[in-house]
Write a protein that binds this ligand. Structure first.
Ligand SMILES: *Cc1c(COP(=O)(O)O)cnc(C)c1O
Length: 394
C-alpha cells in the first residue's frame, strides 16, 4: 500500500504546492498582474517587515503570488524546501552560480553542457577572478577539487550527447569536501530524475522546456534547501531576473500536464531511438535508454525514464544531413526541446554555427549530428516520417 500522505509525481504535478482554494474559490491559479503591493496601515507594514505575514508581498521584483505558485510546485516535485523562479533558464543558472562564488573561488564544470553555461563560467566569471576546471568524468572531477573549490556544476542528461554522470557519487564526494553541487536537470525533469534525492544541493531547470512544455514562454527555476535558496533570492532581488506573473501562469499551467507529457515523450523517444539504431544509414544514436549508450547503466539506476531527446549521427555529410532534416515533415526545424511540438536541428547549424569548425568538431558537433526533440505526436507517425526522410538519402 502506498503512503496516502506521500503523493505520486502525477498528483503533485497537478496539485503540488497549491492551496486548497485560490482567491475567489477559483480552481485555476490567478495571474496577479501588479508591480507593487500595499499595506492597510503602518502597523501592517511593520508586521510584514518583522516576518509575521509570510504570504504577503511588497514589490514585484521581490516576489509575486503567481510566481510563488511555480516556486512551490517545483519544490514539491523535486521534494526540497524551497524554489525560485526566473525570467529564463539562464537567469536561474547565472544568478544561482553568482550567489555561491566570490573572487578567488574555483568552479568545476562538466564538459558536455549547455553552451551558455560554459560561456558564463569561462568568460564572465573569469573576468571576476573566479577560476574553473572543465572535467569529463567523476574521477577527473575528484582530482580537480581544490581548497578554493566552491561549486561543481553538471547536467543530467547532457546536451546533446545525453551523458548521465553518477550524481550520487558526485554528491557524496562533494559533501565530504563541503563543496556545493548544482545540477541542470532540464533534460530529465523531476518525472525522470530527482537530483536532490541523490544528495545534490541545487537543481536548476530551464522551465522554457518540459516544465512549461508548450514552446510559448521562457522561464527558469532553481530549488534546494531553505538556506541556499535564500542566498540566491537575495541576489535575485539585486539582479532582478524574477519571472513575470503571466509567464508564471503559463509555466504553472504547463506543469499540470508534465507527468503525462514526459511519460509519453519517454516512450516515443525510446521507440525512435530503437528504430534509428537499427537503421544502417545512422552511424550512432546517443540515447541513454539504449544499452549501447555509455551512460546506460548509470541512467538505468538513477532515472525512471530516459527523456524525450534523441541525438544521432547520420552517416552522411552536413549537406546531405540537411536534406534529411528538410525532408522530415512532422518536426519543425528549430532550437529548444521539451514542448508538445517535435523539433529537429543540426547542432552544427544551430547553437554551434558561429564556432570555428575544428573547435566545434572537437566538441563532437559534426555535420551529420542531429538532435530530435520528440513532442507528443503519435510515435509511429514520427517514426514513419523519419523513415521516409531517411529514404531521401542516397
Ligand atoms: C535551454 C536550456 C538552458 C537555458 O534556458 P533558457 O530558458 O533558454 O534561458 C539551460 N540549460 C539547458 C540544459 C537548456 O536546455
Amino acid at each position: 500500500m502506498s503512503d496516502p500522505k506521500k503523493k505520486s509525481l502525477d498528483t503533485l504535478a497537478v496539485h503540488g504546492g497549491e492551496p486548497r482554494r485560490h482567491p475567489y474559490a477559483a480552481l485555476a491559479a490567478p495571474i496577479v498582474q501588479t508591480a507593487t503591493f500595499t499595506f492597510s496601515s503602518t502597523a501592517e507594514l511593520l508586521s510584514f517587515l518583522q516576518g509575521e505575514l509570510p504570504d504577503a508581498e511588497e514589490y514585484g521584483r521581490y516576489g509575486n503570488p503567481s510566481v510563488r505558485l511555480v516556486e512551490e510546485k517545483i519544490a514539491s516535485l523535486e521534494a526540497v524546501d524551497d524554489g525560485l523562479a526566473f525570467g529564463s533558464g539562464m537567469a536561474a543558472v547565472t544568478t544561482s552560480i553568482l550567489a555561491l562564488v566570490k573572487s578567488g573561488s574555483h568552479v568545476i564544470l562538466f564538459r558536455d553542457c549547455y553552451r551558455r553555461t560554459r560561456q558564463f563560467v569561462r568568460d564572465v566569471l573569469g573576468r571576476f577572478g573566479v577560476t574553473h576546471s572543465i572535467v569529463e568524468s567523476v574521477s577527473e572531477m575528484e582530482s580537480a577539487l581544490r581548497a578554493e573549490t566552491r561549486l561543481v556544476i553538471c547536467e543530467a542528461p547532457t546536451n546533446p550527447f545525453q551523458r548521465v554522470v553518477d550524481l550520487a557519487r558526485v554528491a557524496e564526494i562533494c559533501r565530504a569536501k563541503r563543496v556545493k553541487t548544482l545540477v541542470d536537470s532540464t533534460f530529465a525533469t523531476p518525472i525522470n530524475l530527482r537530483p536532490a534525492d541523490l544528495g545534490i544541493d541545487l537543481v536548476v531547470h530551464s522551465a522554457t522546456k518540459y516544465l512549461a512544455g508548450h514552446n510559448d514562454v521562457l522561464g527558469g527555476v532553481v530549488c534546494g534547501s531553505r538556506g541556499l535558496v535564500s542566498l540566491i533570492r537575495d541576489l535575485r532581488h539585486c539582479i532582478g531576473g524574477i519571472m513575470d506573473p503571466h509567464a508564471a501562469y503559463l509555466v504553472h499551467r504547463g506543469i499540470k500536464t508534465l507527468a503525462i507529457r514526459v511519460a509519453r515523450q519517454n516512450e516515443s523517444a525510446l521507440a525512435l531511438a530503437r528504430f534509428l539504431e537499427a537503421d544502417d544509414r545512422i552511424k550512432v544514436v546517443h540515447y541513454p535508454g539504449l544499452p549501447s549508450h555509455s551512460s546506460y547503466e548509470v541512467a538505468s539506476r538513477l532515472m525512471s525514464g530516459f527523456g524525450g531527446v534523441v541525438t544521432f549521427e547520420v552517416n552522411a555529410s552536413q549537406e546531405e544531413t540537411s536534406r534529411f532534416v528538410d525532408a522530415c515533415k512532422i518536426p519543425r526545424i528549430g532550437p529548444s526541446l521539451g514542448g508538445v511540438e517535435s523539433l529537429i536541428e543540426q547542432p552544427a547549424l544551430m547553437s554551434y554555427y558561429g564556432m570555428p569548425r575544428e573547435e566545434r568538431e572537437a566538441l563532437g558537433m559534426v555535420g551529420g549530428l542531429v538532435r530530435y526533440a520528440v513532442g507528443i505526436e503519435d510515435a509511429q507517425e514520427l517514426i514513419a516520417d523519419t523513415e521516409a526522410a531517411l529514404a531521401r538519402l542516397r
